[in-house]
Design a protein around this ligand. Structure first.
Ligand SMILES: [Zn+2]
Length: 161
């Protein structure tokens, strides 16, 4: 494949048209053995208007690995966007955006209400590539903000779950 032929769906999305927070199914890919992998856009803040500070983003990453995994069958990974407005979520099989939005809502509620510093996984020097750069306070503040605004299962229309 030539460079001209590479199409990256995330960059064709008009970031000025979306209304965060939302969950959007980006793509589904079928592997050679028939397994389906789904990729979701988990947008927590409005693009080009607000982003999450690195330490909060980092702690949210560690916490979503803990709280989202048990809520979504086939969970594979949830990794921060470089722009710090949200995360890519990868799962085996397909869940609707509605199901993912409900799981995310419940995971964020757990983070806001039940998580203490001792509960954050992987915060030791041995376990993380930048263990000094964490903020549970910041993670909780942005999780609260997302919950107050509500999570839409549609990127363009506010359809809050
Ligand atoms: Zn880390």
């Amino acid at each position: 494949m030539k460079r001209e032929d590479v199409q990256i769906e995330s960059f064709t999305l008009d970031h000025t048209k979306v209304k965060a927070p939302y969950v959007r199914l980006i793509s589904q890919e079928k592997g050679p053995k028939g397994d389906i992998v789904s990729n979701y856009d988990i947008r927590l803040t409005q693009p080009n208007e607000m982003f999450i500070p690195t330490a909060g983003m980092h702690t949210l990453e560690h916490l979503l690995a803990l709280t989202l995994r048990p809520r979504l069958e086939g969970y594979l990974d949830c990794s921060p966007f470089g722009c710090r407005t949200g995360f890519h979520l990868l799962t085996f099989s397909s869940h609707s955006s509605h199901e993912v939005a409900l799981a995310l809502k419940s995971a964020l509620e757990e983070i806001v209400n039940d998580i203490e510093w001792e509960d954050v996984p992987g915060t030791k020097e041995k376990e993380c590539g930048n263990y000094r750069d964490h903020s549970l306070f910041c993670a909780k503040e942005y999780a609260k903000r997302v919950l107050q605004q509500g999570i839409s299962d549609d990127p363009y229309v506010r359809h809050i779950v």
